[in-house]
Structure formats: C-alpha cells, structure tokens
Design a protein around this ligand. Structure first.
Ligand SMILES: *Cc1c(COP(=O)(O)O)cnc(C)c1O
Length: 297
C-alpha cells in the first residue's frame, strides 16, 4: 500500500498537465479537479479497491483528471430531454415559455428597464403595479401581488393573515409538493397553528365546525396537485366551505397549486379549477404558481 501511495502523481504534475490540456479553464477549477481525483485515488488505495500500480500511471490518471475538470467547468444548468411523460414537470423546468414570453425576458434582461420606475411621474415606481391590473382582469380578483413562487405566497399569506392563530385544514389536503414544500412545515414557519380536521379520505362540514374556536383565523383549502383520492371519499365543496367560513367571520384561503387561467377540459384535463372559478366560489385569497400551467417566467 505504501508503495502505491508513493506512486501517486503530485498535485503539481497533475495541474501542469491539465493546464496544457484545458488552457481556457480557470486555474481554481483545475486545481480543485486535481485534488478531487487524488483524494479519490487515495481513498481507493486505502479501501483496497486500487491494487495495481498501472492504474496510477499518467495514461490512467489523465482521463480521470480531464473528466473531473470538464464536469466542474460546464454550466450546472442545462437543457434536458423530458421523457417523463409529464408535460409540466415540477423538476424539469415546468412550462416552456411561449415565444413572446421568451422575447420579453430577453429584452428585459439585456438592458435597463422601468422595473421600479414610473415613466409617467418620473419617480420611483412599484414593480407590483406593472402586473396587478393585468392579473385583476385575468382573474377577477380585487387585488393581486406577485412574489418569488407559490411556496413564498402561501407562507406570506399565512404569516400576514393567520399568525398567532389557528388555521383549519382537512387531513385530505396535507400535501407535500416536490419534496420540500409541505403544508404542515410552511404553516409552522408562518407562525400559524395547523388545526387538522377529518380523515385522509373523508372530511365533513361538521369536522370544520367542531374545530372552530376564538383563535381560528381562517379556513384553508389546498389543491392536491400531485395525487388523487379515489374510492370512498368526500370533501366539502369549496363554495359551501366559503359560506361556512364567512358565516363565522373568517376568510377562506386557497393554495391552488398550478393556477390555470383557462378551462382545459376541451383538451381532456378535467376537474382542474381555474383561478377565476376559485374567486367565484367565494374564496377570499388564492395563491398559485406562475411557472406551472400559467407558463410565466
Ligand atoms: C407547486 C405547488 C406549490 C409550490 O409552488 P412553487 O411555485 O413551486 O413554489 C405549493 N402548493 C401546491 C398545491 C402546489 O401544487
């Protein structure tokens, strides 16, 4: 083993060779690659997986160095082929932007813009005002706000309206989306207390009723975006739940997930409520993603 360790090339030798092979790569990338490969070789010797001295010769080590350096030097974020069978895939960049949206992003990002400048008054403006009236007319909502993503929107909504109080939610809607967005965790972060009611497959109005207390701040509805309960199940229709909330002076809030603005049933996507539907059902606040079905940047 010690003779194997002695046969390891030096960092300097590896670096000199890599600099010749990849002259345009940054020095730090090449140095890190050398250290990485040498660490791996040491580990392999220690573990008894590398026992043959020929594996430490330049012709064996160089391809590994080159591979490590190329991996480190290429962009992390790249195009992939979506063979998942899911068109709007949460992990694969979601919606592809329309040509017009791509062009608008390019134009905005390649120069200065009026993001926070009011061209009429010549004074500081609000970025929210650029889209609020458009969203209002598309959704029928009284007001609208755009934040980083839907997870942030849910957190802000709960923090603003429900902090320090309780929020009633059906156990059938305690969802996890994409591995890191979990309703109970977001709720905890917001400072509101989750009051779960009903069961996984069935929740009735009486369950909500029993959970009411003087600490209740809202009734929440979460769209189960990535799963379906089929068979023996029931939930309270959103309109009925909104009426119930209003009868008790509470807001009905909804995390709608994808947030489509169009009815997709002519294309075979049924039971997907649109944002305007949700408003018509009496909801007081709704959050949704901008990059799923809406297909925005
Ligand atoms: C996707 C989704 C979220 C998270 O939305 P992001 O835009 O990824 O932050 C939250 N809730 C539901 C129901 C979702 O479908």
């Amino acid at each position: 083993m010690s003779s194997l360790f002695r046969s390891l090339p030096s960092v300097d030798a590896c670096l000199r060779w890599l600099e010749e092979a990849l002259p345009s790569a940054p020095h730090s990338v090449l140095l890190e690659s050398c250290r990485l490969v040498l660490d791996q070789l040491r580990e392999e010797i220690r573990a008894g997986r590398l026992t043959d001295e020929t594996e430490l010769r330049p012709e064996a080590v160089r391809p590994r160095l080159l591979d490590a350096a190329r991996r480190k030097d290429r962009p992390r974020f790249c195009r992939v082929i979506n063979a998942a069978g899911v068109v709007v895939h949460t992990n694969l960049g979601r919606s592809v932007l329309a040509k017009e949206a791509q062009e608008a992003v390019r134009v905005a990002a390649s120069g200065y813009s009026n993001l926070e400048f009011n061209l009429e008054t010549g004074e500081r403006g609000s970025r929210v005002s650029l889209v609020e009236d458009l969203l209002r007319s598309l959704t029928g909502a009284e007001a609208a706000l755009v934040v980083n993503n839907n997870a942030a929107a849910v957190l802000l909504m709960l923090d603003t309206l429900c902090k320090g109080g309780e929020v009633i939610l059906s156990r059938g809607q305690l969802v996890e989306i994409g591995g890191s967005f979990r309703i109970p965790d977001v709720m905890e972060r917001s400072g509101a207390t989750l009051r779960e009611v009903g069961t996984t497959n069935r929740t009735h109005l009486a369950d909500y009723e029993r959970a009411l207390s003087e600490n209740t701040r809202a009734v929440l509805w979460v769209h189960p975006s990535n799963y379906r309960v089929i068979g023996f199940h029931s939930s309270v229709p959103p309109r009925e739940l909104a009426n119930f909330a209003h009868d008790h002076g509470l807001p009905m809030l909804e995390d709608l997930g994808s947030g489509s603005l169009m009815d997709f049933s002519p294309w075979g996507l049924h039971d997907e409520p649109t944002v305007p539907d949700v408003g018509r059902q009496g909801n007081d606040g709704v959050t949704f993603s901008g990059d799923k079905v809406l297909g925005g940047p």
